[in-house]
Write a protein that binds this ligand. Structure first.
Ligand SMILES: Nc1ncnc2c1ncn2[C@@H]1O[C@H](COP(=O)(O)OP(=O)(O)OP(=O)(O)O)[C@@H](O)[C@H]1O
Ligand SMILES: [Mg+2]
Length: 268
C-alpha cells in the first residue's frame, strides 16, 4: 500500500514566515492559515496525499533564541526555556490542527520531540511507523519544527525544513514544497533588495551561489541559507522542490499540483 502511496506523496512545509508575523512574538496570520487549510482540503479531496510540517515563526524562534536552545544544553535555566518553547509550539500547532480539521482535512498531529532523536543538530533517528500507518489510513500527518533531544548536545532545534527533507527522502516523495511569505527564491533577499529577481527554475548545484542572509536576528534555524542546503539535499536526489508564497489563496495549490505560476522550481 505504501509504495503506491509514496508515488504521489508530497511533503509540504508551511513556513513560519507565512503562517505567523515573524517579527512580532506570538502573532498568527489567521487569514493565511485559513486559506492554506482550504487549499489542503481541496488537494485532499482531489486524491493528493501529503505530509504537512509547519515552522516555528514567531512562536518558536524568539523563545528558542532567548534560551539558546539551538546551541544545546549548557545550564538549567534552559530547561524552563524548553518547556516554554514547547508550550508556544503547541499553541501555533493547535491553531493549525483546528483550522485543518475545520476545513475538512483529516489531520493527525504528531510532535517530533516525541518521535525523533538528534545527534549534533541533525536528525539521527525518527520513528517512522506512526507516520506510515497514519498515511495508509488516509490521515494527513502534521508535524512541526521542534526542540529534540540530542545524544551529544542534550537538545537541539530541528527545523521544519530539516524534517521535510528527511521525510521526503525516507518516503521517496515526489515533491517537497516550501511555503513562505515571499514569491520564491530570489537572487537576493527581496525584503532587503526591492530590485531582487525571482528565480523560476534553478538547478540544485546552482544553489550555492545565491545570497541569503537570515531575515530576523533571532532565527534559530538558519533562515533561507539553511533552507537552500536542505533543498539541495533532496533536489540532487531527484525530488522536485518548489518554493513560493502561500500567503495568497491558491498559491499552495499551484505548487503542489505543478500548475505554472510565479514560484521557484528546483531541479536536479
Ligand atoms: N535569496 C532569497 N530569496 C528569497 N527569500 C530570501 C532570500 N534571502 C533571504 N530570504 C528571506 O528568507 C525568508 C524565508 O526564510 P525564513 O526561515 O525566515 O522563513 P520560514 O522558513 O518560512 O519560517 P520558519 O523558519 O519559522 O518556518 C523570507 O521571508 C525572505 O525574507
Ligand atoms: Mg526557516
Amino acid at each position: 500500500v505504501l509504495l503506491a502511496l509514496t508515488a504521489r506523496l508530497s511533503v509540504i512545509k508551511l513556513g513560519g514566515s507565512a503562517i505567523t508575523v515573524k517579527s512580532k512574538p506570538l502573532a498568527p496570520r489567521l487569514s493565511v492559515i485559513k486559506a492554506v487549510a482550504e487549499d489542503l482540503a481541496c488537494l485532499y479531496e482531489e486524491g493528493e496525499r501529503f505530509i504537512v510540517i509547519h515552522g516555528g515563526g514567531s512562536y518558536g524562534h524568539p523563545l528558542a533564541s532567548k534560551y539558546c536552545l539551538h546551541k544545546g544544553f549548557t545550564n538549567v535555566v534552559q530547561l524552563k526555556g524548553f518547556a516554554e518553547t514547547e508550550l508556544a509550539m503547541r499553541d501555533i500547532n493547535s491553531i493549525l490542527v483546528s483550522s485543518l480539521a475545520e476545513a475538512g482535512v483529516p489531520v493527525a498531529p504528531m510532535h517530533p520531540s516525541c518521535m525523533a532523536v538528534a545527534c549534533r543538530g541533525e536528525i539521527a533517528d525518527l520513528y517512522l511507523k506512526p507516520l506510515k500507518l497514519t498515511l495508509e489510513l488516509g490521515l494527513i500527518p502534521l508535524l512541526h519544527g521542534d526542540v529534540v533531544m540530542d545524544v551529544k548536545d542534550g537538545f537541539t532545534v530541528i527545523s521544519g525544513d530539516k524534517l521535510a527533507t528527511f521525510l521526503a527522502l525516507r518516503f521517496k516523495a515526489k515533491k517537497v514544497v516550501f511555503g513562505m511569505d515571499v514569491k520564491g527564491l530570489f537572487d537576493k533577499d527581496p525584503k532587503v533588495h526591492p530590485d531582487a529577481k525571482l528565480l523560476k527554475l534553478v538547478k540544485a548545484r546552482e544553489l550555492g551561489n545565491i545570497s541569503s542572509v537570515p531575515s530576523v536576528r533571532w532565527d534559530v534555524t538558519g533562515g533561507m541559507r539553511a533552507k537552500l542546503a536542505e533543498a539541495r539535499k533532496v533536489a540532487s536526489k531527484g525530488i522536485v522542490v518548489c518554493m513560493g508564497s502561500i500567503v495568497e489563496k491558491g498559491g499552495l495549490l499551484k505548487m503542489v499540483k505543478g500548475i505554472e505560476g510565479d514560484y521557484t522550481v528546483i531541479v536536479p
